[in-house]
Ligand binder design. Structure first.
Ligand code: GTP
Ligand code: MG
Length: 368
């Protein structure tokens, strides 16, 4: 009897660790598999990163620009190869696609030198690559919404109605969604309704706002805003300014003053001066960029209203002429319609037509 009990106890001591080992087996197998995959990954060189999928909304919103540039190009190229007559037609197309004269000439020259006598498909490919190369140069470095310093001060400028306040509202919402504290500065003191408009966005984004007296000094509001941000330990400050014509010297000089006041309060501020350009203005946006850049150093561009315009080609001209990083593109009026600019994504959206059919999206009815 004693012998049976001893043997039973001995067997159960053996059974417990055995049971534990069996239960841990799936987890152990998973970690072994992970180890094997890691080793395999290390042994196999990483493949080139595939192009990011283009969100249907971006394609859809860029449709008019797509048609004005690549849609017309597809029709032009159909069944032809690059000869003198096609070059003439291409010249006419590029010069009327809101790219700006310098960029259009440059693209034409690239096609002439790289695709002489080549097929339609090759011409299309050369143009695509040339546009992509120009746009890659203005892709912002670093991750989106990066905050290299605190408070990170962004001064937002541009002509009347370009979309400054809306862009600030959308940006505030994005920063808030990423968990950052945001303070808005209503330095557009010209229009009584301007601060109210910004206030609505502040409520939507759940952030605070500093405003001054109507008709007051915009630089003073900017100063009060950064002072409050420092006191409160705010992460991001977005300063709205009144729209101004790029040809009004006095108003342009005011931007320099706001910038200097910010820099006096916080070293290096404004850390970003964002010029907001309405794509509908086409080549005028190029002249806006030139004159604003003369008034104050521009560190980033936002191209708004790319939805509903055929003039989005101006983005390529701006990239080519100024090389200023394009941080955002606006493709609609709601909060989620402010996208980080990606050269690859933009070019994919422009050239998304199935090249083998050489049809524009309208022609083949392949719209999403
Ligand atoms: N479709 C579309 N509309 C936009 C976009 N961005 C702004 N808007 C609209 O453009 C109009 C002007 O926008 P605001 O943000 O008030 O422009 P603003 O530059 O602040 O104007 P001012 O303060 O008067 O100089 C508004 O009706 C916005 O809804 C965009 O990306 N797409
Ligand atoms: Mg405004």
């Amino acid at each position: 009897m004693i012998l049976y009990v001893t043997a039973g106890l001995f067997l159960s001591f053996l059974a417990i660790p055995l049971l534990g080992w069996l239960l841990a087996l799936p987890g152990r197998r998973r970690s072994l598999e992970a180890l094997a995959t890691r080793r395999l990954d290390a042994a196999v060189p990483a493949k080139a990163k595939p192009a990011p999928p283009v969100p249907a909304s971006l394609r859809e919103r860029l449709r008019e620009t797509q048609e004005a540039l690549v849609g017309r190009l597809s029709v032009l190229l159909r069944g032809r190869s690059l000869d003198a007559a096609l070059l003439d037609d291409l010249e006419a197309l590029l010069f009327t696609a809101d790219l700006g004269v310098a960029t259009a000439s440059n693209l034409l020259e690239t096609v002439r030198s790289e695709a002489s006598g080549a097929s339609a498909e090759r011409v299309r490919q050369v143009l695509r690559e040339a546009i992509l190369e120009k746009l890659r140069k203005v892709e912002p470095e670093g991750p989106p919404l990066a905050l290299p310093t605190s408070p990170f001060v962004v001064l937002v400028i541009g002509v009347n109605g370009s979309g400054k306040t809306t862009t600030i509202g959308k940006l505030a919402a994005r920063y808030r969604a990423a968990g950052h504290s945001v303070l808005l500065g209503a330095a557009d003191t010209y229009r009584a309704a301007a601060a109210e408009q910004l206030e609505v966005w502040a409520q939507r984004a759940d952030c605070e706002l500093v405003r001054g007296a109507a008709g007051g000094d915009p630089a003073a509001v900017a100063f009060d805003t950064v002072k409050a941000a420092v006191a409160r330990g705010t992460d991001v400050v977005l300063i709205d300014t009144a729209g101004r014509l790029q040809t009004r010297g006095d108003l342009m000089a005011e931007l320099g003053k706001i910038s200097r006041v910010l820099g006096r309060e916080i070293e290096g501020a404004p850390h970003e001066t964002l010029l907001v350009l309405d794509s509908n203005t086409g080549q005028n946006a190029i002249s806006q960029a030139r004159l604003f850049a003369e008034a104050t150093p521009i560190t980033a561009l936002a191209l708004t209203k790319l939805d509903g315009t055929a003039k989005g080609g101006v983005l390529v001209g701006l990239a080519d002429e100024f090389g200023i990083p394009v941080r955002y593109v606006g493709i609609g009026e709601s909060v989620e319609d402010l996208r980080d600019f990606s050269a690859e994504e933009f070019v994919e959206a422009l050239f998304w037509t199935d090249a083998s059919t050489d049809e524009s999206p309208k022609a083949d009815g392949a719209a999403q």
